[in-house]
Design a protein around this ligand. Sequence first.
Ligand SMILES: Nc1ncnc2c1ncn2[C@@H]1O[C@H](COP(=O)(O)OP(=O)(O)OP(=O)(O)O)[C@@H](O)[C@H]1O
Ligand SMILES: [Mg+2]
Length: 308
Amino acid sequence: MTQTAISITNLDKTYSDGLKALDNVDLEVKKGEIFALLGPNGAGKTTLISAVCGIVQASGGRIEIFGHDNIKDYRQARSHIGLVPQELTTDAFETVWNTVKFSRGLFGKPKNPDYLEQLLKDLSLWDKKDTQIRMLSGGMKRRVLIAKALSHEPDILFLDEPTAGVDVELRKSMWKQVSKLRERGVTIILTTHYLEEAEEMADRIGVISKGRLIVTEEKATLMKKLGKKELVLELYKSIEEIPEQLADFDLKISGGGFQIIYVYDPAKEDNGVVRLLESLKKQNIKCKDFNTRQSSLEDIFVQLVEGS
Ligand SMILES: Nc1ncnc2c1ncn2[C@@H]1O[C@H](COP(=O)(O)OP(=O)(O)OP(=O)(O)O)[C@@H](O)[C@H]1O
Ligand SMILES: [Mg+2]
């Protein structure tokens, strides 16, 4: 049986101003799993991670890390965890090497320069090891945070929006790092606004909204449910309403009447796109241009929240 890495039961958090940031959250994450937490701004992602890492005190409920209660056995629980926080905070005047070495020391781990060297090499930071943090680019600083989080060889890694504001190349290279860690059996919990990122990396996805974990599902299952696309048709002439003959397509008018939007499931063989175009022709509605786009996460959240 696979070991449980994290077990969260009935977790509540109400901040001192009365705001309920977490509402009865239950979650189990297995060892070696990559779990992506999706949710709009203010949903409670950082609060949840902070509670597990012991940075935020929960108002109710229970958290266990490999069977250690994260309050009663704080030290043991914490020794399993590495955290890459959402906000960039590092000691600007320290060098990369000293920062990482110091972080390891904080956990009372014996020195292991070989491990730290390999870590910095893996994160393409080795040539910067003697550089002060303040001299690094934003993307490099983020990688230093990852190195810090991994300095004490944790077997659970939390990544709170690891790729926010990071360019495409670095994002891809971070994805690679994460899959390397997974090969080593590290359990990973990450938060993201990018559906693509969750799709690329996660085994399982949780959606959090207003402090409630409204969905936890295997990635494949969720992607099927969420993978809707929109076809946006640009019209020559504006229309005021959708002709009755097109009612079946459940179209929306947008752009001051100059756009028609059709939501469809690209995975379906008969997804209606061709039929729609033919029907428009019959109705003498002429299109100037069209494009398709993935339904945005925001839309998906709305759908999920409404459906829950
Ligand atoms: N220290 C705090 N005191 C009071 N309220 C807080 C505090 N930290 C967070 N909150 C509130 O708790 C709610 C959840 O915040 P949280 O940072 O967990 O959201 P998030 O899902 O991480 O959002 P984002 O995607 O923007 O990072 C928000 O309404 C936020 O304003
Ligand atoms: Mg956050």
